[in-house]
Design a protein around this ligand. Structure first.
Ligand SMILES: C[S@@+](CC[C@H](N)C(=O)[O-])C[C@H]1O[C@@H](n2cnc3c(N)ncnc32)[C@H](O)[C@@H]1O
Length: 263
């Protein structure tokens, strides 16, 4: 698919910078996961966990350090190469990495997991959420659960540059079907780079329906007024999370959804 090929090339531009950024952080921080995620995942000791869209493996390594036997999956071979280097350099033995498009993962990977996890800038890179839901179902053991922590679809509709100044202007249609094409990528763990990329908007309903339609049941859908990376003007809101003061308690910036297999 043309858009996935473009995204693959664009994300590859950031791989080395991300590896260097996260290597520095992981040298001094045991886990880079924020507290919302850590609490939602619970005790990971001995759990088989698959981390979808793992980038260069920083969160995958954090999950491994918390005791899980982790498999990280990402579209971009460079990301996986750096993820393997990072794990080896940090002496993390219970993490392995696979290069795959999530959209085709279930055709080649047939293992089952206690936990399927994905987070922080993941869903919008996928062109087909129904396929995402079915892939997650196939990866889960019957008594397993999935957890996703990501940008809230409502706030994604607004022009991010104007939100810093307390001005809400819809830029990306909440109900949009075609992906947004952007010429720039990155900026949260690297400089922003020139690279055409495509991002899909999903409604809250479409996320829930994709999982329910695949045979999962929703345990909860929680909403938060904090974001996982700082946009201009945001202040730290506690470990790994950020907020604009003027939207505190007023707008949802992220959500956490947990689902189990429907009996
Ligand atoms: C914002 S990053 C996610 C970072 C993540 N929070 C982490 O653990 O580091 C988005 C990731 O999705 C990956 N990606 C994009 N499209 C994908 C696809 N179709 N299949 C698998 N991974 C994909 C990109 O390569 C990139 O590493």
């Amino acid at each position: 698919m043309r858009e996935i090929d473009a995204n693959k090339e664009a994300w590859a531009l950031l791989a080395r910078d991300h590896y260097e950024h996260f290597r520095t952080r992981l040298a001094s921080e045991h886990s880079l996961l924020n507290d919302i995620i850590t609490d939602a995942l619970g005790n990971l000791e001995g759990k088989r966990l698959i981390h979808l869209q793992c980038n260069t493996g920083a969160d995958t390594i954090s999950l491994a350090r918390l005791g899980a036997h982790v498999t990280g999956v990402d579209l971009v071979p460079e990301n996986i190469r750096y993820a393997k280097m990072l794990a080896a350099e940090l002496g993390v033995k219970n993490a392995r990495f696979i290069t795959s498009d999530i959209m085709t993962l279930s055709e080649t990977h047939h293992e089952k997991y206690d936990i399927v996890f994905t987070s922080e800038g993941a869903i919008g890179w996928l062109p087909d959420l129904n396929r995402w839901g079915h892939t997650i179902r196939k990866l889960l053991k019957d008594d397993g659960f999935m957890y996703v922590f990501d940008s809230h679809p409502f706030q994604l509709a607004f022009d991010e540059a104007k939100m810093a100044g307390d001005l809400l202007q819809v830029r990306y249609p909440y109900f949009g079907r075609d992906p947004d094409e952007d010429s720039k990528i990155g900026g949260y763990a690297s400089e922003t780079k020139e690279g055409t990329n495509y991002f899909w908007m999903y409604t809250v309903g479409s996320i829930i329906n994709a999982l329910v339609g695949a045979g999962l049941q929703i345990a909860y859908f929680n909403e938060y007024d904090v974001l996982f990376c700082p946009l201009p003007g945001m202040e730290a809101a506690g470990r790994g999370l950020w907020r604009w003061e003027h939207y505190e308690g007023k707008l949802p910036f992220t959500f956490g959804l947990k689902a189990t297999v429907r009996k």
